[in-house]
Write a protein that binds this ligand. Structure first.
Ligand SMILES: [Fe+2]
Length: 474
């Protein structure tokens, strides 16, 4: 009898403890984002919780003085197959460029989370960043690169798509993304990256191609979890630029309510960091890169950034790729002339799980504005070959000659998912003529340092080996 009562008491105690922890705990601890707006000296801090009754506040330091976040808002995510939860957004502004700040997240008057971050750099401050794509695969090498990225102390991390595998689900983020990139400690399982440095991401096919919400009601988590500028193109036919649905009305409504203003415009955006301008676009198969309004938006965006020292473009599917895998997905070659006119310096892509660097190049598609049919999927733009003529600057080596004549296209998709075509690494005969470097025998990240007119890249493996390096000087 006594044993029974004792066991029941223990059970009740455990239940209460679990309930208390669940009420107190974050589903996802706070993390930094560049935010929906594109204002200088501003960031957003997001966190997820199932607790809908508490009062949340956020304080942060500016010049060592504690101030309150301007505004805290939340979005409810109430979709089938997951417990409903809130994503909180705190906007912190009036930051001092480049200054380290502390922040506290406060629940019902008690500090429940503390961390540090850094304000975005100004036009005349040097900065560094990591570019790394195809990451959330829950692989040991992904974790090693997370730790390496953390040790580099970059100002931000740029992800050219395929944030989480296989279907961009809330449940996949929970397993393959947050524990690795927003870990409490830095070790072989991950690092406290996201709470310290903002991540900026382009969407990849694994993030937004799954629009069958009847099959996966918790798909399209990109729109719930990321806060990136909402300055994407507002064109007359949205289906030419953004994903549309196959799901029933109930699941679609639940998604739309939770995604709020982020869907659909957050698929394309631009922003400025330090002395650089970034154009981040969606290269997935539903986007029609022959659409004039869309192309005009890209042209105008790059034109508006003519005073920036550096112009970087980031998207997922590379136009210039020597891997046998995904070779036929060349639709983004169509934008090469616009990038050249817009004086783009470097294009960052992923999708292909290895590292590749092109010669600086210019490209003229065979038939301007049309796609030649090829590949396996003729109903979409994906899998279409874009033939044309390229001109390569073979005098640029990035060591002695640091002045490229043309755009340098990078594939940096060796961030965690299984590598593609390692057998091509030491077989230059298998590379396309535009490829200068191909490396696929280890996972790796791109570490970039920008200081005024200098851009230096190092491609670094999980073991810390530098397998490519070059510098551009203006
Ligand atoms: Fe991909």
């Amino acid at each position: 009898m006594f044993r029974k009562c004792f066991s029941a008491a223990i059970l009740l105690l455990s239940f209460n403890t679990i309930m208390a922890q669940t009420q107190n705990d974050f589903l996802v601890k706070p993390y930094l984002q560049i935010g929906y707006e594109t204002k200088n000296n501003q960031l957003e801090i997001l966190w997820h919780t199932i607790d809908s009754n508490s009062k949340w506040e956020l304080t942060f330091t500016v010049n060592n003085k504690w101030v309150n976040a301007n505004e805290i808002s939340y979005q409810k995510v109430n979709v089938n197959s997951v417990v409903p939860f809130q994503v909180y957004h705190a906007v912190i502004s009036s930051l001092v460029s480049g200054q380290i700040f502390k922040y506290n997240v406060i629940r019902d008057g008690n500090i429940v989370f503390q961390s540090e971050g850094q304000a975005p750099k100004s036009n005349n401050q040097p900065y560094s960043f990591i570019a790394i794509g195809d990451i959330g695969a829950e692989k040991p090498d992904q974790k090693k690169l997370a730790l390496l990225a953390y040790q580099k102390k970059p100002d931000f991390i740029a992800v050219p798509g395929d944030i989480v595998y296989d279907d961009g689900l809330i449940s996949e983020y929970a397993k393959k993304f947050w524990p690795i990139y927003n870990a409490d400690i830095a070790d072989s399982n991950g690092a406290p990256l996201m709470r310290t440095f903002p991540f900026i991401a382009a969407v990849g096919n694994h993030d937004v191609d799954n629009t069958d919400l009847d099959k996966h009601p918790d798909a399209l988590a990109y729109y719930y979890f990321w806060a990136q500028p909402l300055n994407g193109p507002k064109i007359s036919d949205f289906s030419k630029a953004y994903p549309t649905f196959k799901s029933n009305e109930i699941n679609k409504d639940a998604f739309l309510k939770a995604a709020g203003q982020a869907y659909p415009v957050m698929n394309h955006f631009s922003y400025d960091y330090g002395n650089s301008h970034w154009l981040v676009i969606d290269a997935d198969n539903y986007v029609d890169w022959t659409n004039k309004e869309l192309l005009d938006w890209v042209k105008q965006d790059l034109q508006s950034a003519s005073s920036a020292t550096w112009r970087f473009v980031m998207f997922h599917q590379p136009g210039f790729n020597s891997s046998r895998e995904h070779y036929e997905q060349q639709q983004m070659r169509l934008l090469a002339p616009i990038f050249e006119t817009g004086k783009v310096d470097v294009v960052f892509t992923g999708h292909v799980h290895n590292y590749q660097r092109s010669f600086p190049l210019t490209f003229v598609p065979d038939r301007k504005g049309t796609l030649l049919v090829g590949g396996k999927d003729n109903n979409t733009l994906r899998g279409r070959v874009v033939n044309g003529k390229w001109t390569l600057d073979k005098s640029f080596d990035g060591i002695i000659n640091k002045s490229p004549n043309g755009v340098i296209y990078l594939v940096t998709g060796a961030g965690g998912a299984d590598l593609y075509n390692p057998e091509q690494t030491n077989d230059p005969d298998s590379w396309q003529k535009f490829t200068f470097k191909f490396f696929s025998t280890a996972h790796s990240l791109s570490y970039i340092q920008v200081n005024g007119n200098s851009f230096k890249l190092q491609q670094i493996t999980t073991e810390g080996k530098v397998v490519d390096t070059f510098e551009i000087v203006k």
